[in-house]
Ligand binder design. Structure first.
Ligand code: SF4
Length: 256
């Protein structure tokens, strides 16, 4: 599919999805020709999507990036979620060679020392495994929401990902956190216990802290960096990713 036709298709899908509820949005995507993959970080919004996929037995593959640096609570929630909904959550791990190369160059926790090193670590532990998780996919479903950060304020329901050659679907784009919490309570969806301890957004353990009252939802992610638009590279548009230093072997993977 050409870039123009991918963008046209995403635009048409965006309009279709707008008028549907969550179940309708996911059912629509599951019914389209082509593989659909949902990548979950086990965060509260992702649990809402996983519950909908599992409850309705939709033909959507559920995958997660097991970075090797996750909180124990997150790892335990993967198993609990599989048992609750009778689904398989496919784990995608980093390559040992990439971890070794990162550790040799920066040190195992070198991501604290520079943005370049942090992007290299995310490249090895997240971005490259994500590429494997999305192999052969036509649709990539995510839990992105407009309210998560200023960087995500314009998140559409469907958008062309030209670098990956697929359409990204964000079925919770218009949900706010209060709606998410009410839905989780009503449906008794299992969630990460860290949310109740001040972690609205949960990534790898060494790179996530609890937030203070009034702080933005993602303020606890890579808190030592000053850039308010900091991301791990999974959802970075090509224009933003092009600013990432290209001096490391793994940095180029961040633009995909
Ligand atoms: S969030 Fe932190 S530990 Fe996890 S991949 Fe990125 S830099 Fe590495």
């Amino acid at each position: 599919m050409t870039s123009a036709s991918l963008e046209n298709r995403a635009s048409a899908l965006n309009k279709q999805l707008e008028s549907l509820d969550l179940a309708g949005r996911l059912a629509l995507v599951a019914g389209l020709e082509g593989k659909a993959v949902f990548t979950t970080s086990l965060g509260i919004e992702d649990q809402v999507i996983t519950a909908a996929i599992g409850s309705d037995k939709l033909g959507i593959e559920v995958s997660t990036l097991e970075t090797g640096r996750l909180f124990n609570e997150t790892v335990a929630l993967i198993d609990e979620t599989e048992e609750t909904y009778g689904i398989l959550i496919k784990r995608f791990y980093p390559e040992q060679d990439d971890i070794d190369a990162f550790a040799a160059k920066y040190g195992m926790n070198g991501f604290y020392d520079s943005v370049e090193a942090r992007h290299a670590c995310c490249g090895a532990r997240k971005v490259k495994p994500l590429a494997r998780a999305l192999e052969g996919a036509s649709f990539w479903i995510t839990g992105l929401r407009r309210g998560q950060s200023g960087n995500r304020a314009d998140t559409p329901f469907a958008e062309a990902d030209l670098d990956r050659g697929l359409i990204k679907i964000n079925p919770l784009a218009d949900w706010d956190i209060e709606t998410i919490r009410a839905h989780v309570a009503a449906k008794e969806i299992p969630v990460n216990p860290l949310h109740a301890r001040g972690y609205p957004s949960i990534g790898c353990e060494p790179c996530t802290r609890a937030i203070k009252p009034g702080e933005p939802e993602r303020a606890g992610r890579w808190w030592w960096e000053n850039d308010e638009k900091r991301e791990c590279g999974l959802h970075v548009p090509e224009t933003a990713a092009s600013a990432i230093p290209q001096s490391t072997p793994l940095a180029s993977s961040l633009v995909r």
